[in-house]
Design a binder for this molecule. Structure first.
Ligand code: AMP
Ligand code: GLY
Length: 429
């Protein structure tokens, strides 16, 4: 039976989801706050709507006769879009709002880990009173990461000893209007992501990916939603061992076991430290950019996973093309602090060469596609090695040019990879 899938969300991640569903026997409809031209071209219908408006999403799903839904971003999950779709009899692959707290409430997430003995939890305390949090900073022996409990698009965390001093962290807390913060042990090491597809108390893991949060080359500058990412032809990254990868998978397994019938993507962001693998955070969705590394190499039909999830069946075993991937985002000049919108996008699916082009927050007008104030588009190279994939991504970026755009050319380069490898070696000595 063919399925009708509603995709919620209009970023690069959702373009990657649309692209894999396009290969399946589906009618695809999409809705998002922005009209993503890449998704719109693949979909049988595209509706611009506020994706946190549960009524609007459900009525569009009903209008198109959706038999399944995939919710891409965290905003609609937090707003209860999955709950509302399920209530309307449309199976949503994505957790309900309560389960999504594993991402949307960092205080809940850390307490959950502690309560269920999930391995890899750093030392932490949660605070509702910012003065009490400041006192904790004064008394704590060592550096802390200061994390607002709620969603901040990856931009709210301040790491003492890395981005800020004790005094700056306290000032940040005093000037903020956060209701609750988590203060936790600063983790030192290399970050990586492992994402799992979860339903029916089963999980299927995907290859590790490394994202680059900092805006500028050499990991300088403010945190962003993610500037680009790479994965290798196998499950691990060049700076990790097989055991490190399995340690991360064990954390995901323990988390799924402790969660009550979680469904959707469970995204683990990990720090490989001198003391093993620690959890930076969980997300209740695919990563953006990481989805753009993972989905293009997924050889299993994604629709088969969705249908098995809905039917209560065993999830299919996942297979992946043995290819390395490098994803590089182009973002507007000044992003994330003072982004300047309105640059014309010169790259298209036709002139991207061997790279895959994924649109994110762009604006399609009669005379072309223009940047907005968020990440604009990403190019993804697939190759035998990370170096091959990097070259393909860079060739595509040269088509796009730099006018009005900023990108990190260092992502996936041999020099940066070597730094990661050296860093881990240093920690292990
Ligand atoms: P998050 O919003 O939790 O993903 O945090 C954003 C970024 O802050 C992460 O990608 C890390 O680079 C950094 N970060 C978060 N928690 C910690 C921690 N405990 N120690 C060091 N860095 C952290
Ligand atoms: N790449 C980080 C995130 O999606 O949150």
């Amino acid at each position: 039976m063919s399925e009708t899938v509603l995709l919620v969300g209009g970023g690069g991640r959702e373009h990657a989801i649309a692209r894999v569903l396009d290969d399946s026997d589906t009618a695809l409809y999409a809705c998002a706050g922005n009209r993503n031209p890449g998704i719109a071209r693949l979909a049988d219908g595209f509706e611009t709507l506020e994706t946190t408006n549960t009524t609007a999403v459900v009525s569009y799903a009903e209008e198109v006769g959706a038999t399944l839904a995939v919710v891409g971003p965290e905003g609609p999950l937090a707003a209860g879009v999955a709950d509302a779709l399920n209530d309307a009899g449309i199976y949503a692959f994505g957790p309900n709002a309560d389960e999504a707290r594993i991402e949307t409430d960092k205080a809940y997430q850390r307490r959950f880990m502690r309560e269920h003995g999930v391995p890899g939890c750093p030392d932490f305390e949660t605070f509702d009173d910012m003065e009490a949090a400041c006192e904790f900073i004064d008394d704590y022996d060592g550096d802390l990461a200061v994390k607002p409990a709620g969603l901040t698009g990856g931009k709210g965390v301040k790491v003492i000893g890395d981005q800020v001093t004790d005094e700056e962290a306290k000032e940040y807390l005093r000037d903020s209007d956060y209701d609750r913060v988590v203060l936790e042990e600063r983790l030192v090491g290399e970050e990586f992501t492992v994402q799992a597809l979860v339903a029916n108390d089963q999980l299927r893991v995907t290859p590790a990916v490394q994202d680059h949060k900092r805006a500028y080359e050499g990991d300088e500058g403010p945190n962003t939603g993610g500037m680009g990412s790479y994965s290798d032809a196998g499950l691990e990254l060049p700076f990790m061992t097989e055991e490190d990868y399995h340690e991360a998978v064990e954390v995901l397994e323990a988390t799924v076991a402790a969660l009550d019938d979680y469904r959707g993507i469970l995204y683990g962001q990990f720090m490989l430290t001198a003391d093993g693998v620690k959890v930076i955070e969980f997300n209740a969705r695919f990563g953006d950019p990481e989805a753009m590394n993972t989905l293009p190499v997924l050889a299993t039909d994604f629709l088969d996973v969705l249908v098995a999830a809905r039917e209560g069946d065993d999830l299919p075993k996942l297979t992946f093309a043995p290819k390395a991937t490098v994803c590089k985002y182009a973002v507007p000049d000044g992003y994330p602090t003072d982004p300047e919108a309105g640059a014309k996008v010169k790259i298209s699916e036709e002139n991207a060469g061997d790279a895959i082009l994924f649109y994110a927050s762009v604006d399609e007008r009669d005379d072309g596609i223009y940047t907005t104030t968020s990440r604009s588009f990403a190019v993804v190279g697939l190759g035998e090695s990370i170096a091959d994939a990097e070259e393909i991504a860079e060739d595509a970026l040269s088509v796009a040019g730099e006018e009005g755009l900023h990108m990190r050319h260092d992502i996936g380069t041999e020099a940066l990879l070597q730094r990661r490898i050296d860093h881990v070696q240093e920690l292990r000595n």
